[in-house]
Design a protein around this ligand. Structure first.
Ligand code: NDP
Length: 460
């Protein structure tokens, strides 16, 4: 390895790349990492972190509204978007500094600029050429939008954090994680939000009952839906944007946001030149050890399009570093990964949906709870929580746990340990609840939903 500048050179200083480089350096490797933007990647700079801060901000209106039932008089509440926007950016900049210090503290050299592969061991970063025994691609993904006339009038989530003013009317296209999260944010902050979804329901791939619970909950909070709808054209009309639908109807908005998915960030990386193959979806093809088709080049995170979540990229990066530099071979485990959507209502899940469980296990038992959380009994807020356990009938193992409602992410994180450990429904039943909480419902569901369950067929 002595002939190379580094033992490892990482392209992309997001969550996965930073973790891999720090762990490899901890194992004694000489590590460099390049980044042409702030350090921290999508999650820290323009994703999970600033998004969740906006979600917190958007909840305040309801808290203030409900305060009266608890005896509080809060005169003239007023929201100021630039204050929230700028405070969020300050936190992003603080975290950028924290990440830079983490790299420095680990002895990883940060090279500013975009990396481009020259050969299997050589990377160009601007004018500088570096060589490394191993190269790790951790470049993430970037927003994609359909190529319709006027598409450039629309924003993507990256831009939403920097809007000069809070729009009064927002149209959000797409029904995935980002679309529903930003619909909740803009709606909570007081904008009029319309979601344009090409199917009947949002969040394809999640448990059907949960999809319905989230959509119903969003509607109850005032988000409007145009389902089975496609926008074919955007045009400027005065100060507004006019969105024309396939059926020729037109909707005007101040901001149109596309959240129609993200594509692996491979452009300009020089992959074809060095023989790194892509899969059918255009992501970097890797094996279970995160090895690409070139033996010295590895890839982790969203650029590989396995399970596009920050903690998964971190796991993949850590496993790579332990395997290649720590003499401790470990493969990332993509089973029973919990995840949450910070929509309003919030959705969190671990394991299989009811529909997946029926396909995998055949007979399953379903336990459900729907209730109004205690917090809303005084204020009378019509907000429901939905919980569901999916149990494999043959083994009694709980193979899926789902929740739509307040604190779903916090609760499911704990439950995920039980699911990962293979807990049975009998163990859930033997666990004493904490009263009064929403979570206790998970250990007190005794009545099975009657079989058969016609709702188990996916709507689409
Ligand atoms: P998703 O893949 O989750 O959703 C994309 C949405 O856009 C789907 O509803 C899809 O519809 C729709 N869509 C795709 N193409 C078109 C089109 N041509 N016209 C209309 N609608 C279209 O992407 P996101 O951008 O929301 O999120 C990207 C990734 O980021 C996700 O994979 C997720 O893992 C990650 N993420 C995770 C978060 C979290 O953990 N909380 C938060 C935010 C993002 P259809 O269902 O019909 O395909």
């Amino acid at each position: 390895m002595a002939g190379f500048d580094y033992d490892l050179f990482v392209i992309g200083a997001g969550s996965g790349g930073v973790r891999a480089s720090r762990i490899a350096a901890g194992h004694g490797a000489r590590v460099g990492i390049c980044e042409d933007d702030l350090v921290g990647g999508t999650c820290v700079i323009r994703g999970c972190v600033p998004k969740k801060l906006l979600v917190y901000g958007s909840h305040v209106a309801e808290e203030v509204e409900d305060a009266a039932a608890y005896g509080w008089t809060i005169p003239h509440p007023r929201f100021d978007w630039p204050t929230l926007r700028d405070n969020v950016q300050k936190e992003v900049m603080r975290l950028n500094g924290v990440y830079k210090n983490l790299l420095k503290g680990a002895g990883v050299e940060l090279v500013v600029g975009r990396g481009r592969l020259m050969d299997a061991h050589t990377v160009a970063v601007g004018e500088r050429i570096v060589t490394a025994d191993k190269v790790l691609l951790a470049t993430g993904a970037r927003p994609w939008r359909p190529d319709i006339p006027g598409a450039d009038l629309a924003i993507v989530s990256d831009d939403a954090f920097h809007l000069p003013t809070l729009p009064k009317r927002v149209v959000i296209v797409g029904g995935g994680y980002i679309a529903v999260e930003f619909a909740g944010i803009f709606n909570g902050l007081g904008a009029e939000v319309t979601m344009v979804v090409r199917r009947e329901r949002v969040l394809r791939g999640f448990d059907e009952d949960c999809r319905q619970a989230v959509q119903d909950g969003m509607q109850a909070k005032g988000v409007a839906f145009r389902t089975r709808a496609q926008i074919v054209r955007l045009e400027r009309r005065g100060g507004a944007i006019a969105a024309t639908f396939a059926d020729d109807t037109v909707l005007e908005a101040d901001v149109v946001m596309y959240a129609t998915g993200r594509h692996p960030n491979i452009s300009g990386l020089g992959l074809d030149k060095v023989g790194v193959h892509l899969d059918k979806a255009g992501a970097v093809a890797v094996d279970e050890w995160s090895r690409t088709t070139v033996p010295s080049i590895y890839a982790i995170g969203d650029v590989t399009n396995r399970l596009n979540l920050t903690p998964v990229a971190i796991m993949e990066g850590h496993c790579f570093a332990d395997t290649v530099f720590g003499n401790r071979p470990r493969k990332p485990d993509h089973h029973d990964v919990p995840s949450a959507v910070f929509s309003q209502p919030q959705l969190a899940t671990v394991g299989l949906s009811e529909e997946q469980a029926r396909r995998v296990h055949g007979q399953v038992h379903i336990y459900e709870a729907r209730f109004r959380p205690m917090k809303y009994t005084l204020s009378g807020r019509e907000q429901r929580t939905f919980m569901k356990l999916v149990v494999d009938a043959a083994s009694d193992r709980v193979v899926g746990v789902h929740m739509a409602g307040d604190d779903a992410a916090e609760l499911i994180q704990g439950i995920a340990i039980a699911v990962k450990a293979g807990a049975t429904k009998a163990i859930f039943d033997a666990t004493v609840g904490i009263h009064p909480t929403a979570g206790e419902e998970f250990v007190t569901m005794r009545t099975r939903r009657p079989d058969p369950a016609p709702a188990a067929e996916a709507a689409e």
